[in-house]
Design a protein around this ligand. Structure first.
Ligand code: SAM
Length: 366
């Protein structure tokens, strides 16, 4: 698909280029914030699977520069095609005391990805695998370079918010993609459990597969509130959604680690069992010995009793529809992406092709 055609079919792709975001995902985080007020009182954040960095850009602009994008102080402007878009210039009007940018103090943001990420002002970036146990000391050191103690593997100041937009390279094999994505999500959750402060929040991309309720049940054991948000910028046709967990309340004595991840800790298992016992009779959930919660969905009656996380559509209804195609005016000039991929998986293939002298190599050129 050419750039212009993609501009038509994906309003958020086009908007991201116009408004300086590295990826269209920025709008997903902004729309989740609109609904859940994610950044209220937040100064310490970990952004997992962060490349190319549009979520980190949002964090930088909201927390470090103090810009406002959410409902409070959000101004809209009519775009060329009559849809409503965010207008940060208006929302951060210096002369209006109510909408003036309000930078926060002592902000710490650490972003991690397997891929290299171009630097962003005020953000510590780490190139690491979130599924690998060696990432946790790296993260703790980056959060508190002065106070990090490698002996106890702890830092002194935990974080307010962990966000994860992790996604594997999609294969198109639905079940496999959902499985690999769920592994990333568990890794993100376990990292979050290692660094979150009580009361902290965790937001992560999920693919809504058939066993997603098992995940919600586990999350409910360590967070007061678990909801699912579907931003307007996320295509309705996609199984993608975001789990928004608030009020981190670890069981007493619970200590998370990547070597001993969620689901294998005794304390967490017993906490899960307590939570499930509290639920109404007839609940179809049971607890396996390894601490994983299972849903028995054998009958309709049981299905009626399932605990389902509240599902919320996020983002102004007048905002662009991610599934719609929009008309572009005559003479439309398509912009280049703000941040071309730094190390795309196809880079090596391109290099090999170039080395071979073109698409089919020298021998096929006649
Ligand atoms: N939130 C990002 C943004 O706004 O620019 C977009 C994230 S992109 C959808 C998914 C990212 O997950 C990719 O950059 C990929 O490298 C990263 N990722 C996948 N598996 C990972 C892993 N095991 N550890 C760290 N990052 C991973």
């Amino acid at each position: 698909m050419g750039k212009s055609s993609k501009d038509k079919r994906d309003a958020y792709y086009r908007l991201a280029k116009e408004q300086g975001w590295r990826a269209r995902s920025a709008y997903k985080l902004l729309q989740l914030d609109e609904e859940f007020n994610l950044f209220e009182g937040v100064t310490r954040v970990v952004d997992l699977c962060a490349a190319p960095g549009s979520w980190s850009q949002v964090l930088s602009r909201v927390l470090i520069k103090g810009e406002k994008f959410g409902r409070a102080g959000l101004e809209h402007k009519q775009s060329r095609e009559n849809a409503i878009i965010y207008n940060p210039e208006q929302a951060n009007n210096e002369s209006d005391p109510l909408s003036k940018p309000a930078p926060r103090t002592d902000v710490k943001i650490v972003s991690i990805d397997l891929q290299p990420m171009s630097p962003l002002e005020g953000i510590t970036t780490l190139r690491a695998d979130i599924t690998h146990p060696s990432t946790i000391p790296l993260l703790l050191r980056a959060l508190d370079p002065e106070t990090y103690d490698p002996a106890s593997s702890s830092g002194s100041h935990p974080v307010d918010l962990v966000i994860s937009d992790g996604a594997p390279d999609v294969t198109g094999l639905h079940d496999l993609d959902i499985y690999v994505q769920s592994q990333l999500l568990w890794a993100a959750l376990n990292l979050a459990l290692c660094v979150l402060k009580p009361g902290g929040k965790f937001v992560a991309k999920i693919f809504r597969g058939k066993d997603v309720d098992v995940l919600f049940a586990q999350l409910k054991t360590v967070f007061r509130s678990v909801k699912v948000g579907k931003p307007r910028s996320s295509r309705a046709s996609s199984v993608e959604a975001f789990v928004v967990c608030e009020g981190f309340c670890p069981p007493e004595g619970f200590k998370a680690s990547l070597e001993n991840p969620l689901g294998t800790e005794k304390t967490l298992s017993s906490k899960a069992a307590e939570e499930i016992e509290k639920e109404p009779r007839g609940q179809a959930r049971t607890l396996r010995p390894d601490g994983i919660t299972e849903l028995d969905l054998g009958s309709d009656a049981q299905e009626d009793n399932r605990w389902v996380a509240p599902f919320l559509a996020c983002g102004d209804l007048s905002a662009y529809d991610a599934d719609a195609t929009y008309h572009l005016p005559e003479g439309w000039q398509s912009l280049d992406p703000v941040q071309p991929p730094t190390a795309p998986p196809y880079k090596k293939a391109l290099e090999m092709r170039r080395a071979a002298g073109g698409a089919y190599g020298k021998t096929t050129k006649g």
